[in-house]
Design a protein around this ligand. Sequence first.
Ligand SMILES: Cc1cc2nc3c(=O)[nH]c(=O)nc-3n(C[C@H](O)[C@H](O)[C@H](O)COP(=O)(O)OP(=O)(O)OC[C@H]3O[C@@H](n4cnc5c(N)ncnc54)[C@H](O)[C@@H]3O)c2cc1C
Length: 385
Amino acid sequence: MKSENCAAESRVYTILETQTLVKEFKGFVAVDGVSLRVRCGEIHALIGPNGAGKSTTFNLISGYMAPSSGSVLLRGQPISGLPPYQINRRGLSRSFQVTNVFANMSVWENLRCAVLWSSGQRYAIDSHITRAIRDLAPLFEHRLFLSATPHNGHPNSFATLLEILDPQRFTRGIDVEAVRLTGDHVDALVLENGEEVLCGKAVNAAGPAAAHVARMAGIELPVKAEKRSIFVFDCKDGPADMPLIIDPNGVYFRPEGKTFIAGAPATAGIDSTTLDVDYGLFDEIVWPTLANRVPAFEAIKLQGAWAGYYEMNLFDHNAIVGKAPNVENFYLANGFSGHGMQQSPAVGRGMAELLLVGSYEELDLSPLGYDRILANEPIVELNVI
Ligand SMILES: Cc1cc2nc3c(=O)[nH]c(=O)nc-3n(C[C@H](O)[C@H](O)[C@H](O)COP(=O)(O)OP(=O)(O)OC[C@H]3O[C@@H](n4cnc5c(N)ncnc54)[C@H](O)[C@@H]3O)c2cc1C
């Protein structure tokens, strides 16, 4: 039972209650009229000889059995008859005397479930990822190299999940300093600690540092790190229901939980050498635009701000995805120009197909290839905010 919300003054609050709970099995009464009350912060023990009905009571409370009569209330709400997973999502969890596993799932899946659940993730989110990993696994004869320092403020959760699932396969958090080539073939990535990660295929997914990493393999990429600041603000009378709004001047804003966030496109003279927040941008451009669009935003309270790097493709502001030129086993997933989060499922899928079978299967990403740069045929993205 989660009890973190039990402030001292609310200790009298009853968090769990059973009311004359009865469980009958074909005439045998295992639990007979159990009424108990657990208040916030209290620890209760059920004591009794074998067959007293302790486990059955736990089964009734946690939803593993439905009571014959009586009820169970969690925070005053009836939960009897709900399945265990729904009860669990309402905040009641049960640990078992004998550790239980899901019999219809493999050991791998059981372990993954436990790790995901304890890290606050739901099992459902990773079924696609698992499939992708399973597809990819045979491809990698060597360890995978994943780096995950969040240069742009988004934690690299895909990398984290992969590492949780199969820690032996990954090297993480150490920068690549050089690419060891033999002719037009990448043999290994040389890490800053001197270690070498041998590779059958290497993918440059270095975000804002993409050009730097590509240069290690002799490839020029028109990708530059460009700073963007994001401002978080509170507005007591702000619109309750509002979509993402982009002003023609490029200032954008949207709700973020109980607060709002806003940002502005690149301005002349932007200093991208540090990730210091450009507060002047907020006063001079963002706030006046907000107040112009939503009168309630005249009275806002700036709560916080952060800055991160866009990986700006200066050629056409679109992703550069696919095989790199002149190096046969080097691949690019770069230059997303501030749209990489939304494009990542498609790019991940396409890249997996390219690595596995040598061509795009589901979605043809070839228009985003490096060839368009060589042919000087930009696919210009105008809406970069
Ligand atoms: C303020 C802000 C708001 C954004 N909002 C959105 C949005 O609303 N929607 C959207 O779709 N996108 C948004 N983006 C863009 C999105 O975050 C990026 O496009 C996306 O994260 C790019 O993913 P990536 O995997 O290519 O690079 P990153 O997520 O930047 O990952 C690159 C990784 O490479 C590693 N790396 C760098 N150099 C090396 C090296 N030498 N060796 C090894 N590893 C290295 C880094 O540590 C990092 O882990 C936003 C970005 C910013 C900054």
